[in-house]
Ligand binder design. Structure first.
Ligand code: ATP
Length: 213
């Protein structure tokens, strides 16, 4: 198994996600190893660099260093192909079409309906205009959309920040199930309790550097 800093033991399989000396002018260098079906939570003060790390891993910001998935370097894939395998969900997810359902075309409709039901979202929401949805509905729908892509790694930035207690519980239950099925999760959260409930390894971001807690 890799240690917290990301060093590997010879003879053992590579971690799902391996980050080495990853940096930009806004943070790093970052070292991180995330196993299959593992959850890592990142806590830290506002502006400390948590989103910077997620965006660097997702290849959305320019930076230097190495990122690999199941032992294969990121350079092996095109940027869109990487972002289907390593999905980043920002704290304020983007919507590019007026109708909610238009964001799910090409996805597995059965999986979408099932995930929506688990998160307390009625199917009629897909026919609604995104602007009419509540903040919490949009956040849960964004998670459904992220899961429907079928990522190996999901990078979630404050996925439950705007949700009530019951919705937080339903999101965490769904995510724990996906973890058990092998999905790897990196979650930025201000809720320390969330890390405990998710059974996560926890790091703290301080001034653009990660420290195990
Ligand atoms: N492209 C950019 N241009 C200018 N500054 C940037 C850029 N990207 C990140 N930063 C700066 O880097 C720092 C870390 O930002 P980041 O968004 O990662 O914070 P965060 O820890 O996610 O905070 P929060 O919890 O408030 O979301 C901030 O000071 C931010 O302004």
């Amino acid at each position: 198994m890799p240690d917290a800093a990301g060093a590997e033991t010879p003879g053992l399989p590579s971690p799902r996600l391996q980050v080495r000396a990853l940096r930009s002018s806004f943070g790093g260098p970052f070292e991180l190893a995330l196993g299959r079906g593992e959850c890592v939570c990142i806590v830290g003060r506002s502006g400390s660099g948590k989103s910077v790390l997620l965006r660097l891993i997702a290849d959305l910001d320019p930076g230097t260093g190495e990122v690999s998935l199941d032992g294969t370097p990121r350079e092996h894939w095109s940027a869109p192909a990487w972002r289907r395998r390593v999905v980043y969900q920002p704290a304020e997810p983007a919507w590019w079409a007026p109708r909610a359902g238009d964001h799910f075309q090409g996805g597995d409709a059965v999986l979408v309906q099932a995930s929506m039901q688990r998160l307390g979202l009625v199917p009629a929401l897909l026919d609604a205009e995104v602007d009419r949805l509540s903040t919490g509905e949009r956040l849960r729908l964004a998670l459904v959309r992220s899961l429907a892509i079928g990522p190996r790694v999901l990078l979630l930035d404050e996925p439950t920040a705007a949700l009530d207690e019951a919705s937080v519980a339903s999101v965490e239950t769904l995510l724990r199930e996906r973890l058990a099925q092998g999905l790897s999760l990196l979650i930025v959260t201000h809720a320390q309790e969330q890390a405990r409930r998710m059974g996560a390894r926890v790091f703290e971001m301080v001034s653009g550097r990660l420290y195990p807690r």
